[in-house]
Ligand binder design. Structure first.
Ligand SMILES: *Cc1c(COP(=O)(O)O)cnc(C)c1O
Length: 307
C-alpha cells in the first residue's frame, strides 16, 4: 500500500447524511439529520480521518510523532494509520505515572498497532509547544519525525475539515453542530459551510477557553476568520470524560430511538445540547439541523462512574 496516499484506505466519502425521525425535534419544526462521519473508516473514524489524512499526505511516509492523553482517539487513529500504511509512529502520552503500569485498553491498542509510547510528566506535556522542549522530545524519541499536534489540529487538519462543511452546505443544511475538543473540526466545518449557514460547537471540556484557539486555527488555515460559528459552553457535564446519570440516560435512549451507538465523551454531549436548544426554541421552524457524528464508542472508553 502506498504510504503517501491515505486514500488507498478507501474512506467512505462523502459520508452519509441520514434523516433521523425524532418527534422531540419535529414538534418544533426542526428536521434532524445525522452526518455519519463515524462511518468514514473503521480504524480512522470521523474527524480523525478528516484531520489526519492531509497530515499523512504531508508527512509523505516519514515517521509521525504526535501527542495525546491516556484515552486519546487521535493517538489510536494515528497508530492504526501507521499500521495500515506502513510508517512508524510515536505517541507522546500525558502522565509519567502511567509508565511501567499495565496499559489501559486504548494505549494497549496503540501499542499493538506498533506505536512507540513515550510517557512524559504533565509539565513537559504542557510545554510541548516550546521549540526546545519539542526538539528534546524529538531527539530522544524519533528524530526525523513529522510532528502532528495534540488532537491532530493544525492548519492542514482544519482545511481537511472544511470538506465536511462543504458536504453539509451542498446538502442544504442550515445549522451544523459538532462536539469540540480542540475546536479544529469546528474551525474547518464553519469555513466550508458557505454563506447563510452556521456552525455550532459544543465544547466537552470545562473552562470556556476555546474561542481564541479556534480563531488562531482559522487564521493559520485560511489567513483570517471564516464562516459563521458560535459555541455553547453549557454541556460539558463537569469536564472531559465526565458524565452524569442524566447524560447516560439520554444517550441510551437516543441509541434505542435511532439504532445508533453513541460515543459518550463527545457525541452524547453534543446531541444532549441540541435537544436542549431545540426545546428552548433556538431554531426557527423549517431549520435543517445536522448533528455531526464524529466518532464511535470504543471498548476502551474510561468506565463511567457508578451510579
Ligand atoms: C477528537 C474528537 C472530537 C473533537 O475534535 P476537535 O477537532 O479536537 O474539536 C469530537 N468527537 C470525537 C468523537 C472525537 O474523537
Amino acid at each position: 500500500m502506498n504510504a503517501l496516499d491515505p486514500s488507498a484506505l478507501r474512506p467512505l466519502l462523502p459520508s452519509p447524511l441520514e434523516p433521523a425521525e425524532d418527534e422531540r425535534f419535529t414538534r418544533h419544526g426542526v428536521r434532524l439529520l445525522l452526518k455519519r462521519d463515524d462511518l468514514i473508516h473503521p480504524d480512522l473514524p470521523g474527524n480523525k480521518w478528516r484531520k489526519l489524512a492531509p497530515n499523512l499526505a504531508a508527512a509523505a511516509g516519514r515517521p509521525v510523532l504526535t501527542f495525546g492523553g491516556a484515552y486519546s482517539n487521535h493517538l489510536r487513529a494515528t497508530a492504526a494509520a501507521g499500521r495500515l500504511l506502513g510508517f512508524p509512529t510515536t505517541g507522546v502520552v500525558r502522565g509519567d505515572e502511567l509508565a511501567g503500569r499495565p496499559l489501559n485498553p486504548s494505549l494497549a491498542r496503540c501499542a499493538r498497532d506498533g506505536m512507540r509510547l513515550v510517557f512524559v510528566d504533565r509539565a513537559t506535556y504542557r510545554a510541548k509547544g516550546d521549540p526546545e522542549v519539542l526538539a528534546r522530545l524529538l531527539r530522544d524519541a524519533a528524530p526525523d519525525s513529522f510532528v502532528v499536534p495534540e488532537g491532530g489540529s493544525n492548519a492542514l487538519a482544519v482545511r481537511g475539515c472544511a470538506e465536511l462543511g462543504r458536504e453539509l452546505g451542498a446538502a442544504g443544511v442550515d445549522v451544523a453542530a459538532v462536539a469540540c475538543g480542540t475546536g479544529g473540526t469546528l474551525a474547518g466545518l464553519a469555513a466550508g459551510l458557505g454563506a447563510g449557514r452556521r456552525a455550532l460547537g459544543v465544547p466537552v471540556l470545562k473552562g470556556g477557553f476555546l474561542g481564541p484557539g479556534i480563531r488562531d486555527l482559522q487564521e493559520a488555515a485560511f489567513g483570517g476568520p471564516s464562516g459563521d460559528w458560535s459555541l455553547d459552553e453549557r454541556f460539558h457535564f463537569g469536564g472531559y470524560a465526565r458524565t452524569t446519570p442524566a447524560l447516560e440516560e439520554f444517550a441510551a435512549d437516543f441509541e434505542a430511538r435511532h439504532g445508533l451507538a453513541i460515543e459518550r465523551i463527545y457525541v452524547a454531549k453534543m446531541l444532549y445540547g441540541l435537544l436542549t436548544l431545540v426545546q428552548e426554541g433556538a431554531f426557527p421552524p423549517g431549520t435543517a439541523l445536522a448533528a455531526v457524528i464524529t466518532g464511535r464508542p470504543e471498548p476502551s472508553q474510561p468506565p463511567a462512574p457508578s451510579r
